[in-house]
Design a protein around this ligand. Structure first.
Ligand code: ADP
Length: 328
């Protein structure tokens, strides 16, 4: 099959923001320009497509952004894009600008939108996984995850100092919605006694017994890291239940919140964003269309968008075991 040659590519960031999105935008734009394509920035995700907020980008447009968190193209949630009529208006705006290829940097919701759009219209879409939650199958890494974990670790290290000074039990809530990767990685990285993730049922009795037993041993400093989407309602919910069962415990909570989304991307996030951005353009030019660009075992992997949106990344049993063994 002869594929149509791509000449003008639009890039957008959509859904939840993640540090490293700017590095990805830069890589997409610079690679496209290198290969002689015209490059366009689309503001605020699908909203900019719908509202025709689209502008041409040159090499200078992406200068000095690789180290910056957030996204220069802004991001948004666009309700009109859920409707076929909204997507048609967005398509007509792309056509007006002559855009014949799209790179979407976002999470699984954004890929859902891209998949529908590419089924309906003749504009190939490439997805780059940009989410701190790492909840997308077909890639070992997502842009922003490493930075979020490092931010969580730095914050928890500080909490541990004060926790230790007062012999306290601290329950720290990290982001991740219904994915436990930030909790798992930051919990292991800070030596947490317990890590609660939505992918595994939390056995509350086991948690309470373990904390009571440690209290008896005068191991009074205990760190529990919990995902915001945990079944017991994050740090607030878990702390309430623990206080009911161990009334003597000096329990404090900390909800790390949006600091996990901000800040300069780590070396790792800049590197994977640059690599994925480069390959997004290669895919468009070579005719590998409607895929998500991922990295698995340090090699590029292209997953059809319809598969990328369906599967979730599986939590590694090995990691869970390591967390358990090291906390014993
Ligand atoms: P994320 O990409 O971070 O998962 P969202 O789930 O909010 O974020 O999705 C971002 C945007 O993608 C939505 O605001 C919407 O415009 C579009 N989108 C998400 N799901 C769909 C869908 N099923 N159909 C069409 N568009 C969608």
């Amino acid at each position: 099959m002869i594929k149509k040659k791509i000449t003008k590519v639009g890039v957008l960031t959509s859904g939840g923001d993640a540090p490293g999105m700017n590095a990805a935008i830069r890589a997409v734009v610079r690679t496209g320009l290198y290969y002689g394509l015209d490059m366009y920035g689309i503001m605020r995700g699908y909203s900019g497509m719908y509202e025709n907020d689209i502008f041409q980008m040159d090499s200078r447009s992406v200068a000095n952004i690789i180290q910056r968190g957030g996204t220069i193209l802004k991001t948004a949630r666009c309700k009109e894009f859920y409707q076929p009529e909204g997507r048609k208006i967005a398509y007509e705006n792309l056509k007006k600008n002559g855009i014949d290829g799209l790179v979407i940097i976002g999470g699984d919701g954004s890929f859902n939108g891209a998949q529908k759009f590419s089924n309906e219209f003749d504009i190939p879409c490439i997805g780059l996984p940009g989410t701190i939650d790492k909840d997308i199958a077909g890639t070992d890494f997502t842009i922003g995850f490493d930075t979020a974990v490092n931010t969580a670790i730095r914050a928890i290290d500080k909490i541990r100092d004060t926790m230790d000074a007062h012999d306290r039990l601290f329950i720290v809530e990290v982001m991740g919605r219904d994915a436990g990767y930030i909790a798992l990685h930051s919990g292991i990285g800070t030596g947490a006694e317990h890590i609660l993730i939505p992918e595994r049922r939390t056995n509350l009795d086991e948690l309470v017994n373990s904390l009571s037993e440690k209290e008896k041993r005068k191991k009074l400093v205990n760190l529990v890291v919990v995902t915001e989407g945990d079944e017991y309602g994050g740090a607030e919910g878990v702390s309430k239940l623990v206080k009911e069962k161990i009334p003597n415990a000096d329990v404090r909570i900390a909800i790390l919140g949006h600091i996990q989304r901000g800040g300069a991307p780590t070396a790792m996030d800049r590197y994977i964003a640059s690599r994925m951005g480069y390959h997004a353009i290669e895919c468009l030019m070579e005719g590998t269309h409607n895929v998500m660009v991922g990295i698995v075992d340090n090699k590029m992997k292209y997953t059809p968008l319809n598969k990328a949106v369906k599967a979730k990344q599986q939590v590694s049993e090995e990691w869970l075991k390591i967390a358990k063994v090291l906390a014993s």
